[in-house]
Design a protein around this ligand. Structure first.
Ligand code: GDP
Ligand code: CA
Length: 341
């Protein structure tokens, strides 16, 4: 018997969650364990740049989006949070002016945040606290925070309202920019506070280095994948790892599918297109990251030019509308990643 296949994935919240659900399914079909699961070891390295302290609690939105989705307790209709959620506690908190009025904390979700914060207060690092929380459900995927250190993405925006000309730049937490303002205030730049001194969480570098294939989920290239790559040591581990690095485009036919990732790309001067994002990650043979790239069938015209730039590119339907479609996308990424082994 050969050693189990090891798959590493870099992931943000919603795109990451749907992709991982598909990948778990694709792996169970390719390498079944005879018990409905897979013999493959899937480890996701998850963005924690959206994390925040809120109402005295540490919230980790991307880890939780993935957790709830893989556990099957997510709200499919709404697209985030827990199914069957209520908001009695946040209504009480609002009476005291606690929390962000534009950021819903459901009661079930608050249970997760209280449990996590309690463990952090007991001195556990985030990775250990997360592992305890994740052990509640059979996820079939190991979820690692990118770092145990507190890294928070903040956004610098123009503030034309300010009476003081020296105060015409405002900085806010990414969640405020994203959820309260729906990314409508043009971002000058993103500042990942604490990233310079952050170190990868235990297991992160080892996972990348030992992986047979490394997949970049169709997640936000700037504030999800970009943040993970900026943790010192992670990008270098990707370049030096033996596994091929395959990305899945989060952009289809010039638009972002879900969310407002275009506002993030614009801020860093990258066009909202499947090929611009691939070139932003860069070809590994030219010092970048990617060996391969999946674009949507609608972006078929990008295949040849990206291949010429050194990125093996294939076009497939990339809308993750259901489990079957997501599994097919993940399987195509595995195919491309394991091709030249
Ligand atoms: P967030 O943390 O919740 O913002 O989620 P992610 O970082 O995972 O990225 C969200 C991005 O995933 C969106 O802006 C889209 O570009 C991409 N995305 C979401 N759904 C799909 C899908 O069905 N197909 C593809 N190809 N990309 C998607
Ligand atoms: Ca996120």
């Amino acid at each position: 018997m050969s050693a189990p296949v090891r798959i590493a994935v870099l992931a943000g919240g919603v795109g990451g969650a749907r992709f991982l659900r598909g990948l778990r399914e694709a792996a169970a079909r390719r390498w079944p364990d005879g018990d409905g699961g897979t013999t493959a070891a899937i480890t996701a390295i998850v963005n924690t740049g959206d994390d925040a302290w809120l109402a005295g609690l540490r919230i980790t939105p991307d880890l939780d989006s993935i957790l709830y989705t893989l556990a099957g307790v997510n709200d499919e209709q709404r697209g985030w949070g827990r199914v069957g959620e209520t908001e009695r506690v946040s209504a009480e908190l609002a009476e005291y002016g606690i929390g962000w009025p534009w950021f819903t904390l459901g009661d079930l979700d608050l249970g997760t945040h209280i449990a996590r914060t309690s463990m952090l207060r007991d001195g556990l690092p985030l990775s250990a606290a997360s592992a305890r929380i994740h052990s509640r459900w059979p996820l079939g995927v190991t979820l690692l925070p990118m770092t145990d250190d507190e890294v928070e993405t903040h956004v610098e925006v123009d503030d034309p309202e300010s009476p003081d000309p020296d105060q015409r730049i405002r900085t806010m937490h990414f969640q405020e920019w994203w959820t309260r303002y729906r990314a409508s205030l043009p971002a000058r730049r993103f500042v990942q506070q604490g990233i310079e001194t952050a170190t990868p969480a235990p297991g992160v570098l080892e996972t990348i280095e030992a992986a047979d294939v490394i997949l970049l989920a169709p997640s936000n290239p700037v504030v999800s994948i970009g943040t993970i790559l900026n943790v010192p040591g992670i990008r270098a581990a990707l370049s030096r790892g033996a596994g091929r690095v395959i990305g899945v485009s989060p952009i289809i036919d010039g638009s972002v599918v879900r969310g407002m990732a275009d506002a993030c790309l614009t801020a860093i001067g990258v066009a909202t297109s499947a090929s611009a994002v691939a070139l932003h990650y860069g070809a590994r043979i030219a010092g970048g990251l990617l060996d391969g790239w999946l674009v949507d069938s609608a972006d078929n015209q990008a295949v040849e030019s990206l291949a010429a730039a050194g990125i093996a590119t294939v076009a497939r339907p990339l809308w993750m509308v259901d489990l079957e479609k997501s599994a097919a996308i993940a399987d195509a990424a595995l195919e491309l990643g394991l091709r030249a082994r």
